[in-house]
Structures are given as structure tokens and as C-alpha cells.
Design a protein around this ligand. Sequence first.
Ligand code: NAD
Length: 244
Amino acid sequence: MGKFDNKIVLVTGGASGMGKRMTELLVEEGAYVIAADIKKELLDVVSQNDSVEGKLLNVMSEDDWKKAVEEIVADHGRIDVLINNAGISSEKHMDEVTIEDWDLMMRINGFGPFAGMKHVLPQMVKQQSGAIVNISSYTAMVGMGTNTYTASKGAVRAISRAASTQYGRFGIRVNAVFPGVIKTPMTENLSESSEVLQRLIQATPLQRLGEADDVARAVLFLASDDSSYITGAELVIDGGFSAQ
Ligand code: NAD
């Protein structure tokens, strides 16, 4: 028996990196996964598995969210788990950031998860059950990165906590995870031999970068009934970096 047997799970950014690994592990545990993304060619690959449905969804678009939720509920009758994982990053320093950079980052990384909760929560309230996991970043916990990315992930942290307090009475749990530097397509431009990464690895108690699998397993815990009394939690997955 799998931990997600008969569960309908929606994973945004499900076609790449951590979202892809979450999708694989969820399927192994019996879930039916709707992997939502903007990259059709990557969705075609993940949806080769019969238990994965690729769905084109731009998390910035309210129309896309509305349509996606309507379709999922019409097809499957429920949404048990929402994982707000889609996101973009930026290395720009504060003095280079334009208002357009700010708006785009906040729209995808901030409004995206907010809109996901806005459209999925009413269905979870009807069900009187549900689990939501939002992917923030360790940069929202420690004083790193004075840029739009850090700001957007701080927004994710705040809305996760707020939603957990407001929806617990409906049997809905909302938790957030805070990954450190994880090896995915998002970070592939950072060379592991570079000085910056070498310093980061040395400053990390577990002495390595994270893998998509490290984050995906923690997310599955928070999405599953194994964490049935956990809501509003903030789980840092960074090899101990921010503990110092
Ligand atoms: P990734 O680039 O491999 O995956 C991100 C996915 O999100 C991609 O498939 C992309 O197409 C999708 N996406 C981007 N914009 C979208 C949009 N508007 N609508 C729908 N889908 C969209 O990166 P990843 O490292 O797997 O990142 C997953 C999440 O983890 C992100 O929210 C990221 O900010 C966060 N994170 C990553 C790291 C890291 O070091 N990799 C660290 C902390 C947090």
C-alpha cells in the first residue's frame, strides 16, 4: 500500500528539478499526479507515466488556475494535495533590479502560490480535508540575497503561515519548506567547482549541496498523513547551513 493511494495531487513546476522528483516519488506511493508547468516539451516527458497528467498552467494567470482547478475537479472529483513549487530565480543585485524585474518575480513566485491556494482552497474546504506544501527558500530565513527572489520567497513564507491559521479548522494543513542550494536545472549555471559554491559547501555542516530527492522526500512527508498534526511548520532543508 502506498502513502498516496487514491490521492489526487497537483504539483506546479512538476516537469523539472524538484517538482519532477516529487512527481516520481508521489507516483511510487500510489498518487495520481497532475504535473502543471509552462514547458510543454518537459510535460510530455513526465506524463509518459499513466499516473501523471501533464497540464499547461502558467501560475501567474488567474484564468489558468481557474480552468485547471475546474478541469481537475470535473475529472477526478477532488484535489487532496497542492504543491506550489513552480518558480524562477534571479542573481541580480539590488542596484540592478528594475520595477519590471520586481513585478515579474513577485507575480510568478509570490502571486503564483497565492493564486494556487486561492483557487484550490475552496475545493479543499468542501472536502473538509487537504494538504498544501509551498516551496520557499532558505534565502527567506537567513540574510542572503538582497534581490527580488528573496522578497518573493519571504512572501511565500508569510502566506503559508497565514493560510495555515485560517484553514486548519477545515481540516486543511499548510506547510512551507525552505531548500538551500539544490542541484536542479535552476542552479546548473553555478559550477560546483566555483569559489562561491566551494565556500558554501564548506560552510554547510553536511558538506554537500542538496539533491532534488532530498527536498522531494521532505515535501512528501508534509503532504502525507504522516504529518497529520503538522501545520504552519517551516522546514529548512539546507544541510544545516542556516543553523549556524
Ligand atoms: P527548475 O527550474 O528545475 O523547476 C522550476 C519549474 O517551474 C520549471 O519546470 C519551470 O518551467 C516551472 N515554471 C517557471 N515559471 C512558471 C510559471 N509561470 N508557471 C508554471 N510553471 C513555471 O527549478 P527547481 O530548482 O526545481 O525549483 C523548484 C522550486 O524550488 C522553485 O520555486 C525554486 O525557487 C525553489 N528553490 C530552488 C532552490 C535551488 O537551489 N534549486 C533553492 C530554494 C528554492
